[in-house]
Every structure is written in C-alpha cells, then in structure tokens.
Design a protein around this ligand. Structure first.
Ligand code: NLE
Ligand code: FE2
Length: 316
C-alpha cells in the first residue's frame, strides 16, 4: 500500500518527475514507514522477538533482486496461528459480505486454495498471478512513497510486505502485512478486468505531478483499499483493507459507517493510517461503473505521456 503523501509545499519549485521506463527504475529503496522500526503505539513495540523477526524479514525484501525468486519464509507456529485465526473468521464472513459478481473477489478466491494451516508464499502467488493477469509480486520492506508504489503498478508489479501482523491483534492492523497483501490484494489481482484497472492507475501515475499523485493516492485508497460495491440491494466489501480485516469487515457489515457515492473527480478526504476503522466508505454503484470512472480520470493524466513511456507499459 502506498503511504500518505506529504502535501506538496506551495512555494517550493517542484522537482522534475523522473519517469521510470522499466521496473528496475522504480525506486523501492525509500521506505516511509511500517517497516522494522515500530512506533510506540504498535502492538509489537515491546516484543523484542517480534521486532527482530521483522528486521530479518524486511532485510530479505531489501536485498531481493528483480527476476530472482521471492525467498520463502518459514513462518513460525505463532505466525501460522495468526493466519489461521484470520482465515477462519474471514471465511465465515466472505459469503455474505465480500463482492462476488463476475470478475471479483469470490470468483478468484478458489484459484488460490488457501489453507488455514499454511501461510501462502509470495513466490507461489506471484506465479499464479503471472499466469492469470501478468501481474507479479515484488517483496518490499514497508510503505513505499506513493509515487513509487503506484509506478510499480504500471509495470504490473504489486509491492507486498512479507511479515506477519502482531499476534495480539489479528482482527485489525493499520499497516499492510502478509495477511493483508495475500487475502486483500492477491485474489483481486487475478481478475483480468480488475488487474487492468489497477494497471491503468499505475500508468496514470507515471507522468503525474505531485498534486496529481496525491489525488491518485487518495483515489486508490478509497477504492482499491477501502471501497465497497453495490451488488443487488447490498453493499459488499471491495477494498483490500476491508477484505483482509475481520474487524473492519464486521464493522462494514454492521452498517454503522456512512456510505458516500464515489466521485473520483471531486476532492477526497485526507487519508490516514491512524484513524482505525473507516467512518465512511465510498461506494461503487457497480464494478463496471466504478472502473469506468477511475479509468476516465486516469486518461486525463495519460495525455502528456511520451510514446516511449506508452510503449514501455504496453499502451502502444
Ligand atoms: N486494516 C487492514 C488489516 O487489518 O488487514 C490492513 C490495512 C492496510 C492498508
Ligand atoms: Fe493494501
């Protein structure tokens, strides 16, 4: 997931945009947070064993080379327990509350055959995704700058963390972790229409200026991460942050949050990792309608794109 961008300062001259022409040129070195350095309010802050585990897993991500297999993690029994708890709870909630119409979550879910007893390995999931939609996973140590995260999508690459949330809070964590990536994002990315949408968002980010990146990050946050979609008379979880947290999913299902029609060209509220469950969800009237809106917005950012960039991301 991308980190919230700092609002661009008015007075400063904007730095020239460096447009990556390949995945190798997407900067995954700059991690803004949620890596191995835990803040005081993180549930693992006082847990030295947990902290060292994060350091080790983050170091594997930092040293990963493009094209090499993603290293497998031997998840500990305690980590598998967290995974099992989340899987068990979510499997009860998904049939009623996850989006399922053509091309969405519940259709892709069985492709992966997740077992509650085993944390899936990014390398295996990346292989399934590549066959399904050409997307691949690249391990990352924490939150990337929004520009870098979004640029990765243009090269059909999804940056994923590999460490596990702390065992004291399986129901919800504010940060991306392997549960969030694997359950929230991976199945959706196996759907061609969805993958295409995410690819378009990535392409739009390539030539976006800082102000446009800021808006695009919010668009991404309120749809891909936290959107809900109308199916029949009901509202279903669409965003990865809702699908990967049984606490958030129960919160959404309880109907207490405000529902706001999605308008991607209107100003969107400030996003934050610190606010807990969403107090309002943006609603896609259908996947098709939401995707059409998002793509139309993305096209407004494609206009200035040089031909060699278009070629590099498969637009030409
Ligand atoms: N709150 C989500 C979860 O617990 O799975 C993670 C959100 C990451 C943006
Ligand atoms: Fe995410």
């Amino acid at each position: 997931a991308p980190a919230p961008a700092a609002q661009p300062a008015e007075a400063q001259a904007p730095a020239p945009i460096k447009i990556p022409r390949s995945l190798a040129e997407v900067d995954n070195g700059q991690i803004l947070g949620f890596s191995a350095d835990l803040s005081e309010d993180h549930p693992g802050f006082h847990d030295a064993v947990y902290k060292q585990r994060r350091v080790d897993i983050c170091n594997l991500a930092r040293t990963h080379q493009i094209g090499q297999p993603i290293r497998r993690i031997a998840y500990t029994p305690e980590e598998v327990d967290v995974w099992r708890t989340v899987m068990t709870e979510l499997q009860q909630l998904f049939p009623q509350h996850a989006c399922k119409e053509v091309g969405r979550f519940l259709r892709c879910w069985p492709l992966f055959n997740f077992s509650p007893d085993e944390v899936p390995q990014l390398e295996d999931l990346s292989a399934v995704l590549q066959r399904a939609t050409g997307f691949q996973i690249r391990p990352v140590a924490g939150l990337l700058r929004p520009r870098d995260f979004l640029n990765g999508l243009a090269f059909r690459t999804f940056h994923s963390t590999q460490y596990m949330r702390h065992h004291s809070s399986p129901r919800y964590t504010p940060e991306p972790d392997v549960v969030h990536e694997v359950i929230g994002h991976v199945p959706m990315l196996a759907d061609p229409a969805y993958a295409d949408l995410v690819h378009q968002i990535g392409i739009a980010s390539l030539t976006a200026d800082d102000k446009q990146i800021w808006h695009l990050t919010k668009v991404y946050w309120y749809t891909v991460e936290f959107g809900v979609v109308r199916e029949g008379g009901d509202v279903k979880a669409f965003g990865a942050g809702v699908l990967s947290s049984f606490g958030e999913l129960q919160h959404m299902a309880a109907d207490r949050a405000e529902l706001v029609p999605l308008d991607v060209s209107a100003p969107l509220p400030k996003m934050s990792y610190k606010d807990g469950y969403q107090q309002r969800y943006f609603v896609l009237e259908s996947f098709e309608e939401g995707a059409a809106q998002l793509k139309a917005y993305c096209r407004t950012l494609h206009q200035e794109m040089p031909d060699e960039v278009r070629a590099a991301v498969g637009l030409l």
